[in-house]
Design a protein around this ligand. Structure first.
Ligand SMILES: [Fe+2]
Length: 477
């Protein structure tokens, strides 16, 4: 089970930017009812603001000036754009909460808006790499300007008549910023892969045990989704919690590995229509797909060998790390080839949150806030997914591994509003409720403060530049 690239040793937090989420109790953020508690919560918000904004810049530090500007595919964003866009988001809050705030630049509003019709005209997303202004230096100046205004506002937040609403939206801005940190990891990988040198990269820890097989669950009524008082923050699309019926099912104890996916390739999986959804078969043929993204075939006299090129270098694909950078279609085809299927998001959440006594818990391991020993997140600095068996503290009561961290897991569920959904922020999550699939669990690129068992990520079925993997499920009859 061990590969040559891992290092023995204990897995403990390697770094953190000090942002903690209080999951087990009602947070002061929500429970704040009088002035004193407001001030504490606002002080924390200011500290989080400074730390999270700095973490975004840290990701970009190893970049050369040219790396910031180009857009090498329509689905990715130039790093310069991420730096400006996350600042633009906060500038929209400044215009709302700072009396007489003057917008920094109308031209920047045009360039750094992404898709918000409600905020006016914006550049065609696919053309963001085709203009060289604002320059990187201009963008960094803009970012510093926004930071100065935001910290000044947050220092005196309690004095605002609408302080609660301002705090809510600034926290939302930080969640948005963390989402863009993860997107930066995807986009820089697409630009540079092994040419990027992270400021910190930790040795890949060894798996401590071999993990195989699945766990059978008796179905029943299940409360799907988040209660908003359970976590410091939940996205609107995770709520409201509502009752669903889950049939008996079995879920794999771990993610599908590269070595297993290689078996599918060697068995001609990409060339056999039997395993593919119709639209997936069209996609494979039109795009001439024959392996996950970042896989390379090296041909020589002895045959062909598959390698993976990523932040951790180039190495054989025949390893036990979780497969990643597969589309929904590839995940679905593999599962069918194995005689299995992908889990629904209700099955995934059921397995991820069920305590031994059948009570729903906040996290797979219980109620404790996410930390680096629970799993593989951005702050672990591993820059890739780790083998199952590496983070024992992150397992569920039923012995399922890797539910949070490592890779986002495709589910078979369509991304749609839960019954009773109410948007909290127009155009953020609500307008994407069409033609996308739900992914669960976060990845090695996810800031750990931002992940929850109820978090619903979503991508189109052909997307695969994000850290997408999967595990299989079975129906029990
Ligand atoms: Fe955004």
């Amino acid at each position: 089970m061990h590969n040559a690239q891992c290092a023995p040793g204990v897995i403990f937090p390697l770094s953190s930017f000090g942002f903690r989420m209080a999951a087990s109790t009602h947070s002061s953020h929500h429970a704040a009812t009088h002035m004193h508690m407001h001030s504490d919560a606002h002080e924390t918000l200011l500290q989080e603001f400074v730390a999270i904004r700095a973490a975004t810049l840290e990701l970009c530090k190893p970049l050369e000036i040219e790396d910031y500007v180009i857009q090498s595919a329509p689905f990715m964003s130039p790093p310069r754009w991420h730096l400006g866009h996350t600042s633009w988001f906060f500038e929209m809050l400044l215009t709302r909460f700072v009396p007489n705030y003057t917008v920094y630049s109308q031209a920047y509003l045009y360039y750094f808006n992404s898709y918000y019709e409600g905020f006016g005209a914006r550049i065609n997303r696919q053309k963001r790499g085709s203009v060289s202004r604002p320059t990187v230096q201009d963008t960094l100046r803009y970012r510093a300007h926004i930071d100065n205004h935001c910290t000044a506002l947050l220092e005196h937040l309690s004095a605002l008549p609408n302080a609660t609403e301002a705090a809510r939206l600034f926290h939302l801005g930080l969640e948005h910023e963390m989402q863009h940190q993860e997107l930066l990891v995807y986009d820089i990988k697409y630009l540079l892969a092994d040419e990027y040198r992270p400021l910190q990269i930790a040795p890949m820890p060894c798996a401590r045990e071999r993990v195989d097989g699945d766990v059978e669950f008796r179905g029943g009524l299940f409360e799907l989704g988040a209660r908003t008082d359970e976590y410091v923050f939940v996205w609107d699309n995770e709520a409201p919690r509502h009752t669903v019926y889950v049939q008996d099912f079995a879920l794999d104890k771990r993610l599908v590995t590269n070595a297993e996916f290689l078996e599918f390739i060697r068995d001609g999986g990409y060339r056999n229509y039997r395993w593919w959804l119709s639209a997936g078969w069209d996609w494979v043929q039109a795009e001439m797909i024959e392996a996950p993204l970042y896989w390379e075939r090296h041909d020589d006299a002895g045959g062909s060998t598959w390698y993976i090129r990523d932040y951790r270098g180039v190495r054989s694909a025949d390893n036990h790390e979780p497969v990643q950078h597969v589309s929904y279609y590839e995940a679905s085809a593999y599962a069918k080839w194995r005689g299995k299927r992908l889990p629904t998001e209700a099955e995934w959440e059921y397995a991820a949150t069920l305590s031994p006594s059948g009570v729903k818990q906040a996290f797979p391991w219980g109620q404790t806030t996410v930390d680096s020993y629970h799993g593989n997140f951005l702050e672990n600095n591993l820059w890739s997914a780790a083998e199952a068996g590496t983070f024992p503290a992150g397992t569920t009561a039923h012995g399922i591994w890797q539910m949070l961290g490592d890779v986002w897991e495709w589910t078979s569920s369509d991304y749609a509003p839960y019954p009773g959904f109410q948007t909290q922020f127009d155009e953020y999550n609500d307008k994407w409720f069409i033609n996308q699939k739900v992914l669960r669990g976060g990845s090695f690129a996810t800031p750990r403060a931002s992940i929850r068992s109820t978090y619903r990520n979503f991508f189109a079925p052909t997307d695969r530049w994000m850290t997408s993997g999967f595990r299989c499920a079975r129906t029990l009859m």
